[in-house]
Design a protein around this ligand. Structure first.
Ligand SMILES: Cc1cc2nc3c(=O)[nH]c(=O)nc-3n(C[C@H](O)[C@H](O)[C@H](O)COP(=O)(O)OP(=O)(O)OC[C@H]3O[C@@H](n4cnc5c(N)ncnc54)[C@H](O)[C@@H]3O)c2cc1C
Length: 310
């Protein structure tokens, strides 16, 4: 493989620790994986850079080299493949927001992408960066969990497919190894009569990190009123995005019109243990979680706002 920026590499011994000495921008995944396995700790993967460069300028860590994924076209596609959709890790928030396939099958993922930052951030920031950055407030994480996403992790030795709920370990911590990159996000196409609702609460409408997010996805039976399955996922209420599984137990097999929304909201409130931080107190978050759950159920009930496949 051609050695990009060999001169820079030779000069590495002259570099200050805080000056990036190597920069790789391969065109093929195989090259990227080879570079990763060779340099592991010395190299940092960069996608849009909207998280990474902020952290780097704050000197949260030292970087000796960069592996830029921007030239790998295979990571930039959204593709329907039989019963699932494959989203490349380098797909930007703008692509997610505008994609007709995402709007049709995964409307709340499109809405969540549209709520991220500003147009500039959405044009650069990627789905892969949002996932691997693993902020509890990452906007795409709850919708991805609610749609049963799996992440395809590649290294030059192996390929792993991991459910979203098993990927996150804590704030900024994931199971990703140093020799691995996130290549694709795979979502099963939802069944007909699947409805969703996305709610993001923050202190203002744009350029705001979420105080709390909710992604609710409800799949109805053929009769369009009996609940077949439901995923209730929240962000910013725990170190990782979480699903409230008790809601599934309560709603499955029930007539949606007979559900007690207040009781379901209370379950959400009882099952979360958020912390106080600058964006909101524990009590505020618990109260808001209950209310947005009630509102989300109401939205699905009255307007079928997240209607899919109809
Ligand atoms: C002003 C501003 C506003 C913002 N607003 C929001 C917001 O409203 N909601 C929100 O959720 N986020 C927000 N963010 C955070 C950020 O824009 C998003 O998390 C974005 O999706 C990060 O993607 P990126 O491509 O820029 O990642 P990068 O910064 O390039 O990378 C982030 C991390 O992921 C790793 N990484 C990236 N891609 C891969 C890959 N394919 N495989 C392995 N590792 C990888 C990098 O090494 C790094 O550790 C905001 C940021 C800024 C600066």
């Amino acid at each position: 493989m051609e050695e990009p920026f060999e001169d820079l590499r030779k000069n590495q011994k002259n570099c200050q620790r805080t000056v990036p000495c190597q920069y790789f921008a391969p065109q093929r995944i195989e090259e990227a994986l080879e570079i990763l396995s060779r340099y592991e700790r010395e190299i940092k993967i960069i996608a849009g850079g909207t998280d990474l460069l902020v952290q780097y300028y704050d000197r949260l860590y030292e970087v000796n080299g960069w592996l830029d994924l921007k030239n790998i076209s295979r990571l930039k596609n959204i593709r329907i493949n039989k019963n699932e959709i494959e989203i490349g890790a380098m797909v930007t928030h703008t692509q997610l927001e505008k994609s007709e396939d995402i709007k049709k099958y995964f409307p709340i993922l499109s809405q969540a992408a549209a709520d991220i930052g500003s147009p500039q951030i959405r044009n650069r920031g990627t789905i892969g960066g949002n996932i691997v950055n693993a902020s509890p407030a990452g906007d795409l994480l709850a919708p991805l969990m609610a749609y049963k996403a799996k992440f395809k992790l590649l290294s030059d030795k192996d390929e792993t497919l991991i459910p979203a709920e098993n990927f996150f370990l804590g704030p900024k911590k994931t199971i990703l190894r140093l020799d691995q990159l996130l290549a694709q996000i795979i979502l099963p196409l939802p069944a007909k009569k699947t409805y969703g609702c996305w709610i993001k609460i923050g202190k203002r409408k744009a350029l705001i990190i979420a105080t709390i997010t909710l992604a609710l996805v409800v799949e109805m039976d053929e009769d369009n009123k009996t609940v077949k399955d439901v995923r209730t996922c929240l962000g910013s209420v725990a170190p990782t995005p979480i699903e409230i599984k008790e809601i599934r137990k309560k709603m499955r097999g029930k007539d949606f019109n007979q559900l007690d929304f207040a009781e379901l909201g209370q379950i959400v409130e009882d099952k979360i243990s958020p912390i106080d931080d600058i964006r909101g107190t524990r009590e505020y978050r618990k109260d808001v979680a209950k209310n947005i759950m009630i509102n989300a159920l109401g939205e699905i009930d009255s307007s079928f706002g997240g209607r899919i496949n109809e």
